[in-house]
Write a protein that binds this ligand. Structure first.
Ligand code: MSP
Length: 524
C-alpha cells in the first residue's frame, strides 16, 4: 500500500473561543492538503482538539460541570467553526477519545519499561497558566515572574521525568543533516541556536492527581496523570495507529484489532509529511516530539511548517479590549473564499501578519471583485453575447503566459509559498484583463471583418478562465467550482494536470455568468 501524504494542524485548546489564529492554521493546512490532492496523491488531513490539562479542569469547575461534560459541550461549537471554514479534513481527533488514551498509555508503558523515565522530587516554582515548571532563569531582575506565567506557586513534588537531555547532540545532528525539517529556515536556525547554547533539561511528564486529575492516568503509577503536552503531541501518532499503519502499530506493539472503528480504512500515514504549527509551539514540535519519537523507535515527521501570528491593527488580539477578528462573522459578511483569500494573500507562511478591516475590503474590491470576478464575468458574458456561448477554434496567444503562471504557482505551492502562488496567479489575471482592454472585443464585435480575430480573443479568454479555476482550487475551492460550472464543465477543477492549455474544446457551450465577488460600496 502506498503511503498517504499526511498533514496535521496543531490541536486546539478547547477552553476559549475559536479565533483567527485557529482559522488561519486550518485554512493554510487545507490549501496544502488540496494542492497535494491535485497531484492525484492520497492525502490525509488531521485536525482536532486538545482537551486535557489544568485550564480545562479549572474552567469546567468554574461552571460546575465535569471536565468531560464541559469538553463535550465545547466540541459542538468547535465542530460548527470547522464546518464554516470549509476544510477538507479526514478526521478530527479529541484527546479524550478512547483511541487516543490507548496509544498514549501504550507508549508510556513502553518507554517506562525501556528505562526512558525516572522519578524525582522537585522543589520550585510552577505556573498553572502555562502548566510548566519555572527556573531561576525565568525570574525578572526584581525577582518576580513575568505576567505571562500567571499565578506562580512554590511547590515540592515527586514527578516522573523523561530523559530528554541525553539526546541533545543527536537532535542537533539530525536537524543539521535534514535541512528541510523545519520551515522557514530562520525558525530552524532559532531551534539550533537554542539547542547549541542551552543545556536541554529532562521533561517532567507527570502531574500528581491530587493537584490535577483531568488527564490520562500514568499506566505505571495511578497517583499521576500525563503532562498535557506529552499527551497532545502523541495525537499525530494515534491517528496513524488507528488507521492501521503497520509500521506505527508494530513500533508500539498494538494491532489493527485495537482500533475496530477505523482499521478497515487502512492507510500508511507515518511519518507525517507536514505538521503545520504556529511559532509559539516550535519547541514542543522540534525538540520534545522528535526525541519522543526517537525513544519510541519511529521516524520523525518530514517537515514542520511554522507560521507566524496574526495581530489586528498592529496590536495583539484580545477579547477584553474588543480588538479581535471574528472569522465566522467575516465569512458570513464577505463569503468563505474571500476570507481564505485574504489570510493567505496577506501573509506569507512564516512572518507575523496584521489584519486590518480596510486592507481586507481593499483586497476584496481590487483583487477579487475587479480582478478575478470581472475577468471571469466579462469573458463568459462576451462569449455568450457574441458567439451564443459556443467556444471557437483553439488559439494560443495567452498560452505562454498561462504556462508560466502554472509553473510558477506549482513551484510556490510545493514550497509552501502560498502568498507567492497567489501573486503569480494574479499576474495571469491582470494580463488577461489587460488583454481585454488591448484587444477590445466589444469593438471587434462591431466589425464583421474582424470575426476571426474576435474568435481568437474569446478562445484565449475563456481558456485562461478555465486554467485559473484549476490554479486557484487549493485556495478558493468554491469559487473554482463555480467558474467551472459557469464554463459549462461538469467535472471538478481539482486535478493539476487540467491546467494544460487547450482543455476547452471548440464547439463546447459555456453556461451563464454570475458575479463571483459582487462589488461593494466601500464608503458605506
Ligand atoms: N493545544 C496546543 C497545541 C498542541 S499540538 C500537539 C495549542 N493550542 S492553541 O489553541 O493555543 O493553538 C493552536 C494553534 O493556533 C497553534 O499552532 C497556535 O500557534 C495557533 N495560534 C494561536 N493564536 C494565533 C494567532 N494569533 N495567529 C496565528 N496563529 C495562532 O497551542
Amino acid at each position: 500500500m502506498c503511503k498517504s501524504i499526511y498533514l496535521t494542524t496543531a490541536i486546539d485548546y478547547v477552553n476559549g473561543q475559536p479565533h483567527l489564529g485557529h482559522a488561519y492554521e486550518k485554512v493554510l493546512t487545507d490549501v496544502l492538503a488540496r494542492f497535494h490532492r491535485t497531484q492525484g496523491a492520497d492525502v490525509f488531513f488531521l485536525t482536532g482538539a486538545d482537551e486535557h490539562g489544568q485550564k480545562v479542569q479549572q474552567a469546567a469547575l468554574a461552571q460546575n460541570k465535569s471536565p468531560q461534560e464541559y469538553c463535550d459541550e465545547l466540541a459542538i461549537s468547535w465542530s460548527n467553526f470547522i464546518e464554516k471554514l470549509g476544510i477538507s479534513h479526514n478526521d478530527y481527533i479529541r484527546t479524550t477519545q478512547a483511541r487516543h488514551s490507548k496509544v498514549v498509555t501504550t507508549i508510556l508503558s513502553k518507554l517506562y519499561k525501556e528505562g526512558h523515565f525516572y522519578k524525582e522530587s522537585y522543589k520550585g516554582f510552577y505556573s498553572t497558566k502555562e502548566e510548566t515548571f519555572l527556573t531561576e532563569k525565568d525570574r525578572l531582575p526584581d525577582g518576580s515572574f513575568a505576567p505571562m506565567w500567571g499565578e506562580v506557586q512554590e511547590l515540592i513534588e515527586d514527578n516522573y521525568y523523561f530523559k530528554l537531555g541525553v539526546h541533545q547532540q543527536w537532535l542537533i545532528d539530525y536537524i543539521e543533516s535534514h535541512p528541510d525539517f523545519i520551515y522557514p529556515e530562520y525558525r530552524k536556525n532559532e531551534v539550533l541556536g537554542f539547542l547549541k547554547n542551552e543545556k536541554l533539561g529532562d521533561l517532567c511528564i507527570s502531574r500528581p492527581k491530587a493537584r490535577l486529575s483531568w488527564g490520562i492516568p500514568l499506566p505505571f503509577d495511578p497517583e499521576y496523570v500525563t503532562y498535557v503536552w506529552f499527551d497532545a503531541l502523541v495525537n499525530y501518532f494515534t491517528i496513524a495507529a488507528a488507521y492501521g499503519d503497520t509500521q506505527v502499530l508494530s513500533s508500539i506493539g498494538l494491532t489493527k484489532e485495537d482500533f475496530p472503528e477505523t482499521a478497515q480504512q487502512e492507510r500508511q500515514l507515518w511519518p507525517a509529511d507536514f505538521h503545520v504549527i504556529g511559532k509559539d509551539i516550535v519547541k514542543f514540535h522540534a525538540v520534545y516530539w522528535p526525541i519522543m519519537l526517537k525513544a519510541i523507535g519511529a521516524p520523525l515527521p518530514k517537515k514542520l511548517a511554522v507560521h507566524g501570528w496574526w495581530q489586528k491593527d498592529n496590536q495583539k488580539m484580545s477579547k477584553s479590549t474588543g480588538n479581535v477578528v471574528e472569522p465566522i462573522a467575516v465569512i458570513e459578511e464577505w463569503g468563505l473564499d474571500a476570507f481564505r483569500y485574504y489570510v493567505l494573500r496577506e501573509l506569507e507562511v512564516g512572518p507575523d501578519g496584521n489584519w486590518t478591516d480596510a486592507g481586507f475590503a481593499s483586497r476584496y474590491q481590487a483583487e477579487l471583485a475587479n480582478g478575478l470576478g470581472n475577468l471571469i464575468n466579462r469573458s463568459i458574458s462576451m462569449l455568450g453575447r457574441y458567439r451564443n456561448g459556443v467556444v471557437p477554434a483553439r488559439h494560443d496567444e495567452l498560452k505562454t503566459d498561462a504556462e508560466n503562471s502554472c509553473a510558477a504557482a506549482f513551484k510556490c505551492y510545493s514550497e509552501i509559498k502560498i502568498q507567492g502562488a497567489l501573486i503569480r496567479i494574479w499576474e495571469l489575471i491582470n494580463r488577461a484583463n489587460q488583454y481585454v482592454d488591448q484587444t477590445a472585443p466589444f469593438k471587434l464585435a462591431k466589425q464583421p471583418e474582424q470575426a476571426a480575430r474576435l474568435d481568437e480573443v474569446l478562445y484565449n479568454l475563456v481558456e485562461v478562465c478555465r486554467i485559473l479555476a484549476v490554479l486557484l482550487w487549493p485556495v478558493l475551492p468554491k469559487t473554482s467550482e463555480k467558474i467551472y460550472s459557469q464554463l459549462g464543465l461538469h467535472d471538478s477543477p481539482d486535478q493539476w494536470s487540467s491546467c494544460q492549455w487547450g482543455g476547452l474544446q471548440p464547439g463546447h457551450v459555456v453556461g451563464k455568468p454570475e458575479p463571483l465577488f459582487p462589488r461593494r460600496d466601500l464608503n458605506k
